[in-house]
Ligand binder design. Structure first.
Ligand SMILES: [Zn+2]
Ligand SMILES: [Zn+2]
Length: 420
């Protein structure tokens, strides 16, 4: 049996692993697009029997509309969320057509966690909660006597929206694990500290009569932020001001609400007592430009397009503030602002930046300590393969695995073919 790594190899982006069985069956685990370069995996879709998608982020499902697959497996929420990811990509890049999205939707077979799916007498798989975003999964695949566990993107720690990743798994021969924060230097502040920072920064601006702009990723980050802000307003710690939203996060939040049984049980409890954890979703209108303090939450998270761009002119006013909530890739407007740009030109006119710009990173990934805990909770595999991390992170984490488990560990480069 062979594993071929098409992407996500010493990089965060374009995750895609092909499993080629002795019986010539070919299964693809994820089929992502590279968010920085727009690259897609070099695969022959006619040869692929099925794709299993770990979650609805661009770097895991974004390349699917570029191909014609026979069958796509994912969870129920991922099926709905992928539609948003693909629509956003279509609007931004026009690199495929609406019909391509429809064709992909037609071949999706959604599954539940822990449901066993038998493909033939030699291949079956089961999906586990990965704790990363709504519907995110890890795959336990038994193929021709080998037991492969592909983690996908994981968060071992519970967040406001998600329960932490499952680790109660049967024995594993080959572990394919992500390493976004795989270096011992990647220790992140606790969720509690991050929440406090966020609320303090918002409170400061509101008290000064300013407005807070929060760019977010539509799926996952937006809902975490909405939940935190609404929680603090409900308990009276944060003064109530209007929260306006814009972009595809509005649709994504409605999907989060309709799959509440897939979320952190605390959310279900709130819904049962009549509380909407995400608050009332108010679409932004011209009143965001009046003189009243407010909070504006909008896509896109790295300010590469999306309705957030039209609110950036508010940053001319030193009273207003921009809070970046996630990683800002090189070459994005978000990165420019993070690095202290004095002016930006999102459209025709240049905007001087007089308001404060800060970053409070709410990651949906395990940090280094959490990855190590996760590794120790899983049954010890016979071999490990480290993916989905920049070069330094992937190699550091491979060292960590070797030190802790003393098992052969590989860090593939793109297009590596590994016999297993
Ligand atoms: Zn992800
Ligand atoms: Zn990812």
């Amino acid at each position: 049996m062979l594993l071929k790594f098409h992407g996500g190899a010493q990089e965060v982006g374009m995750s895609c692993v092909e499993i080629i069985g002795k019986g010539k069956r070919r299964i693809l685990l994820d089929c992502g697009l590279h968010p920085n370069t727009g690259e897609i995996p070099k695969i022959n879709d006619k040869e692929i029997d099925e794709v299993i998608v770990s979650h609805a982020h661009l770097d895991h499902c974004g390349a699917i509309p570029f191909f014609k697959f026979k069958k796509i497996y994912c969870t129920y929420p991922t099926a709905d969320l992928m539609y948003i990811t693909w629509k956003d990509t279509l609007n931004l890049t026009k690199s495929f057509k609406e019909e391509d999205i429809q064709k992909a939707m037609e071949v999706i077979e959604p599954l539940n966690y822990y449901e066993e799916k038998v493909l033939d007498e030699n291949i079956k798989f089961k999906l586990y909660n990965a704790g990363h975003i709504l519907g995110s999964l890890s795959i336990y695949l038994e193929i021709e006597g080998k037991k492969i566990f592909y983690t996908g993107d994981i968060n071992e720690v519970s967040t406001k929206t998600m329960k932490g990743a499952d680790t109660d798994i049967d024995e594993i021969d080959i572990l394919i694990i992500e390493s976004t924060y795989g270096s011992p230097l990647d220790i992140k502040p606790s969720r509690k500290e991050l929440e406090k920072q966020l609320i303090d920064e918002i409170a400061e601006t509101i008290e000064n009569g300013g407005k807070v702009l929060i760019p977010v990723f539509a799926v996952g980050r937006a809902q975490e932020i909405l939940l935190i802000i609404n929680n603090y307003m409900r308990t009276g710690i944060l003064k109530e001001v209007p929260i306006y939203t814009d972009g595809s996060l509005i649709h994504a939040t409605s999907i989060y609400l309709s799959y509440s049984e897939w979320l952190n049980p605390k959310i279900r409890n709130m819904l049962e007592t009549g509380i909407n954890p995400f608050g009332e979703i108010k679409k932004a209108d011209d009143s965001v430009f009046n003189n009243e303090p407010c909070i504006i939450i909008s896509t896109s998270g790295m300010l590469q397009g999306g309705p957030i761009l039209k609110y950036l002119k508010l940053l001319k006013n030193p009273k207003n503030k921009l809070i970046l909530t996630g990683y800002q890739a090189e070459g994005t407007l978000g990165r420019e602002l993070e690095e202290g740009a004095n002016e930006i030109t999102p459209f025709k006119n240049t905007i001087p930046i007089r308001g404060k710009v800060i970053k409070i990173e709410f990651s949906a990934h395990s940090d280094y300590n959490s990855l190590v805990r996760y590794l120790k909770k899983l049954p010890t595999p016979k071999k490990a393969i480290v993916m989905h991390g920049e070069r330094y992170q992937a190699h550091s984490f491979a060292m960590t695995i070797w030190k802790n488990l003393k098992i052969p560990t590989y860090v593939p480069v793109r297009n590596t073919i590994l016999p297993i």
